[in-house]
Design a protein around this ligand. Structure first.
Ligand code: ZN
Length: 409
């Protein structure tokens, strides 16, 4: 298993010898060998062929292979160098195959169009958070799940705490950054029982995506700052001027008795939210719930950029493969996908969907609804796009109200 989830056969398959001796007597007979992968673990068909399917990239391929309905199909005969007089069994191809992760598959499809496909800057940030949390699923559960309103509230709307957090359960550290108490988190995740909030928060704390600490003021430079529990002691050091301070009432001011714990979101998490990267996580969580077979595999990939040489061509927010349906999705917050550039923008997504032979092109938003004008614009743009393959355009779908409990298609 490679880092990106691609798995390779460690040894070649046995030679595909014919069991029927009458058939086997025909030296010039060639047949096709089907290899089945576990259901839904790799992207099927869609024209991916040869090189990419072999476990090792050899200068001469021993035979041909292509992605098929259930896995891979390859030709029985070796067509690399075979000496005259070789025993017939040794003229058969012995191949080791690999099944590509979604990321590797997208790269392979991009390469067919002389493009490269890489995680965008946003994609690198979400991968980093997924790595900290222990996997993409956990990332989606946190950033596309019930704790999201609390995480969003950590992007302060004002430098004044009483404006940004009128309930007194948060403190603004700047005009854009704030921290919340545990009660403040609970108040913003009203659908969730307290014990569940605790469980989510603890998992995020263990991962370092949330950090517990105190808001303190330095006696020397007067800087208000968040100090994590890991750095606290009776004496704590100012992050700005390095002065040593005592952990006493002057440092935390209120309440009069004991300091309060606050929760801070990791800077990379803040960056994701400030660019609305959580909309892709919300869509991923939504599509996972929607799939036909709840137990069927669900694989997805976020924030990819297609490049020609060094020049970015198209960015895609989310690619999902489930129930043998490949979806290319565009995620928007209210107010996006408006303005003059929007048709060009939609045509770019069409290009990406055509390269990947997507079955579905999906536009998702956290807004209450897609306007009729936007729906028509998208449908016209898709119909006018001239590079769809022989199967025509993918199905176009809209999702609105993402993040509400009852988001609808
Ligand atoms: Zn200081």
């Amino acid at each position: 298993m490679a880092e990106d989830g691609t798995s390779r056969m460690v040894a070649p398959l046995p030679a595909p010898v014919l069991v029927n001796s009458e058939l086997a007597a025909h030296a010039d007979l060639e047949w096709q060998v089907d290899v089945h992968w576990q259901p839904n673990h790799a992207v099927r068909r869609r024209g991916l062929d040869s090189r990419e399917l072999f476990a090792e990239q050899l200068p001469f391929m021993p035979t041909w292979a292509r992605s098929s309905r259930h896995g891979a199909t390859y030709g029985s005969r070796r067509y690399d160098f075979v000496l005259a007089g070789t025993r017939s069994e040794n003229t058969l191809a012995r191949v080791a195959l690999r099944h590509l992760s979604l990321a590797a598959w997208v790269r392979a499809k991009a390469a067919e169009h002389d493009l490269s496909a890489l995680p965008s800057d946003a994609g690198r940030r979400t991968s980093l958070l997924a790595g900290m949390l222990g996997g993409r699923r956990r990332y989606v559960d946190l950033f596309g799940g019930p704790l999201l309103p609390a995480l969003r509230a950590m992007l302060a709307t004002s430098a004044k705490s009483n404006v940004a957090y009128p309930d007194g359960e948060g403190v603004s550290l700047s005009s854009t950054e704030g921290v919340l108490t545990f009660a403040g988190i609970c108040a913003r995740t009203a659908d969730l029982a307290l014990a569940d909030v605790r469980e989510y928060a603890d998992a995020a704390l263990r991962a370092g995506v949330l950090r517990r600490g105190m808001v303190l003021r330095c006696t020397t430079c007067e800087q208000k700052q968040f100090q994590t529990v890991d750095k606290l002691g009776q004496r704590w050091r100012c992050a700005r001027c390095d002065a040593l301070n005592d952990l006493d009432r002057h440092a935390w001011k209120l309440p009069a008795d004991e300091p309060t714990w606050f929760y801070d979101l990791h800077p990379v998490g803040r960056h994701v939210l400030s660019e609305h990267g959580e909309v892709s996580a919300l869509l991923s969580a939504y599509l996972r719930k929607q799939r036909k077979e709840q137990r069927g595999a669900f694989i997805d990939l976020e924030e990819i950029v297609f490049l020609q040489g060094n020049r970015p061509q198209v960015e895609v927010d989310l690619v999902v493969y489930t129930d043998d349906v490949l979806t290319v999705a565009e995620c928007k917050t209210p107010g996006e996908l408006t303005g003059k550039e929007r048709k060009r923008e939609i045509l770019k997504k069409c290009r990406a969907a055509a390269w990947l032979r997507a079955d579905r092109l999906l536009f998702a938003t956290t807004a209450e609804d897609w306007t009729q004008a936007t729906r028509i614009l998208v449908e016209n743009a898709v119909a006018s796009f001239s590079e769809w393959g022989p199967l025509g355009s993918p199905q176009v779908e809209f999702v609105a109200g993402l993040g509400r409990m009852d988001a609808e298609v």
